[in-house]
Design a protein around this ligand. Structure first.
Ligand code: SF4
Length: 347
């Protein structure tokens, strides 16, 4: 039987090496090789004995993600990377460059079950969850791309293909390794999990003391409209979201982000903004407005910048911190809701 070693946390690797008759510190050495140095070959782990490396390679191997295609945006330099998984499925990840920040947008599933009407990934349907190794390997591979120009990632957002909280076990394992100082060593302030609103799983994650940033995809100011674009609203509706936000232990000066994809003539009116302001009054939140990116696979339309600015102004005037989120990679279908792995059809 062959197991993937790059799905294991530091504690699990320490246990593994002990079972194999080695001292626990070998586990930490292995951990650093796998995640800090991104090595995918036991023979390169030169401070580990040859006998032990050979023993490991008999039962363990590494997750492989093949970079199938990289496309770079002419608008902003962001890159969309198409990865082929070992079972021949495909996922996409995105690299975004903004002043001093380099952000990786990471996928957690092949496809998605959530069915959001404004999202290309939803059109694939659900294929399978990614393993922790596949989630982490995206981060490592994106860092490898950046290292060619002496750069490295500063931020990670789980906003790629899939609903992260629908793959909670593997998400948690990945976070543990991403946040570990001997692993990928990211501060929790630099990592954001975005959810369509799986509130039960969100509470589980937060209660396990993961202090990462949380973004909830809201997209409407009432249940009637949210039901039309987000099927999850039948299970956890807007009132449930408000209740959970009130309950979550949000540290001082930290706020939960509410994402609001603005769709022309659907949720972009002043009346929508006023209703939203009333709903969110007094909550520890900020609103990120995302101008819907029209794609050839959808009949929804993008609002013009003026309506987005008016919407923002109305919210701000009513006491709600509101930002218009910069969109990256709109020309390469890498922007929010556009990931589809469209290459599949052309291979
Ligand atoms: S927006 Fe996110 S949760 Fe909704 S269908 Fe797309 S990938 Fe899934």
């Amino acid at each position: 039987m062959n197991y993937k070693i790059d799905c294991l946390s530091k504690a699990e690797l320490q246990k593994l090496v002990e079972v194999l008759g080695e001292k626990p510190f070998r586990g930490k050495q292995l951990f650093k090789w796998i995640y800090q140095k991104g090595v995918i070959d036991f023979s390169s782990m030169t401070d580990i004995s040859k006998t032990f490396r050979e023993k490991l390679s008999k039962s363990y191997s590494f997750t492989k993600l093949k970079k199938e295609h990289i496309v770079t945006s002419k608008l902003d330099g962001s890159k969309k990377i198409l990865f082929k998984l070992e079972d021949n499925n495909f996922i996409e990840s995105v690299l975004m460059f903004d002043e001093n920040r380099i952000t990786a947008c990471i996928s957690t599933q092949v496809g998605c079950k959530m069915g959001c009407k404004f999202c290309n990934t939803a059109k694939i349907g659900f294929v399978r969850n990614l393993t922790a190794g596949e989630i982490l390997r995206q981060v490592i591979e994106l860092n490898n791309i950046l290292s060619e120009s002496g750069k490295k990632l500063t931020n990670i957002v789980f906003m790629g293909m899939g609903e992260p909280l629908d793959n909670l076990k593997n998400l948690e394992k990945s976070l543990e390794i991403i946040l570990d100082e001997d692993g990928l060593n990211f501060s929790h302030r630099k990592v954001t999990i975005s959810t369509a609103g799986l509130l039960d799983k969100l509470e589980k994650l937060v209660n396990k003391n993961f202090k990462v940033n949380i973004a909830i995809s809201l997209n409407a100011s009432d249940n009637k409209k949210r039901n039309l674009i987000m099927p999850i609203n039948k299970k956890f509706d807007i009132n449930d979201i408000v209740k959970v936000i009130k309950k979550l232990p949000v540290p001082k000066r930290k706020r939960i982000t509410l994402e609001y994809v603005m769709i022309k003539n659907f949720n972009d009116s002043t009346a929508d903004a006023l209703k939203l302001a009333k709903l969110l009054n007094g909550l520890p939140i900020k609103v990120n407005l995302i101008i819907y990116n029209k794609t050839k696979r959808s009949n929804l339309d993008s609002p013009d910048l003026n309506s987005a600015l008016n919407f923002q102004k109305t919210l701000i005037n009513n006491g709600i911190a509101t930002f218009i989120r910069k969109s990256f990679g709109a020309d390469i279908e890498a922007a929010c809701g556009q990931l589809y792995a469209s290459y599949i059809k052309t291979l």
